[in-house]
Design a protein around this ligand. Structure first.
Ligand SMILES: [Zn+2]
Length: 83
């Protein structure tokens, strides 16, 4: 896992939420957030995701996609990710 800083973490949030990051990049972001009080406090995946969806879609949010991403985030955060 690559060490990334707060700015890099925040810069990649939108790409992450749009599924444009690789699994390794996602792990870097989550790894940073897990150990960084600043980012953890700043950064609410669900809020951020909903914001991106609203900005990028005129249609109703793709709830199925949202659920899938959030479940995946939670699995990674809780260490239950299967390899
Ligand atoms: Zn940070």
């Amino acid at each position: 896992m690559t060490e990334i800083n707060c700015e890099e973490t925040k810069a990649q949030v939108h790409e992450f939420l749009q599924n444009e990051l690789t699994k390794d990049e996602v792990q870097d972001i989550l790894g940073h957030i897990a150990h960084c009080d600043s980012c953890e406090a700043d950064y609410d995946f669900e809020v951020a995701f909903n914001k991106v969806v609203k900005e990028s879609c005129d249609e109703a949010p793709p709830q199925e996609l949202a659920d899938r991403i959030l479940q995946r985030i939670r699995a990674i955060n809780s260490g239950e990710e299967k390899h």
